[in-house]
Ligand binder design. Structure first.
Ligand code: FES
Ligand code: FES
Length: 155
């Protein structure tokens, strides 16, 4: 069946089975490979995208459930790395292997949209993505930098 989707502001179509995970559609059907496959079980967050601004783990989202939801992937965070989070990620040299980082950025973008100046506790609660390289402290600093906050929370 052909599913009509809105991906990064554009109308796209995917002729796939309804239970195909959105991640598969993004990567294999539409060629948007910035979104990564990690666990395939909704645990690691490597596949994080936004649907109508909400964080979604696309590996466990059947394409049939997307409906009219507007999907945003890492490719649309900015056209030129100008998003405050991308700039902060560069400044803090967050990535190591980089595999988890597009999911991290999408989770962070949703967090700052809803909570422009998050506390460390709010960052920890929102950033449930897994990073085998252990970039968590730098992720936190980069989020604080992007939010225009001091890089360390006052104690
Ligand atoms: S690949 Fe989707 S949560 Fe791990
Ligand atoms: S930077 Fe390597 S898994 Fe996160």
């Amino acid at each position: 069946m052909a599913y009509k989707l809105t991906i990064n502001g554009a109308a796209r179509s995917a002729d796939v089975e309804g239970d195909t995970p959105l991640l598969w559609v993004l990567r294999d059907t539409l060629g948007l490979t910035g979104t990564k496959y990690g666990c395939g079980a909704g645990v690691c967050g490597a596949c994080t995208v936004h649907i109508d601004g909400q964080v979604v783990r696309s590996c466990v989202m059947p394409v049939s459930a997307v409906g009219k939801g507007k999907v945003r992937t890492i490719e649309a965070l900015s056209p030129d790395r100008s998003h405050a989070l991308q700039q902060a990620w560069i400044a803090e040299q967050v990535p190591q292997c980089g595999y988890c980082q597009s999911g991290m950025l999408m989770a962070a973008a949703a967090l700052l949209k809803s909570t422009p100046r998050p506390s460390d506790a709010q960052i920890a609660a929102a950033m449930t993505n897994l990073c085998r390289c252990g970039t968590y402290p730098r992720v936190r600093r980069a989020i604080r930098r992007a939010a225009g906050m001091p890089l360390e929370e006052a104690v």
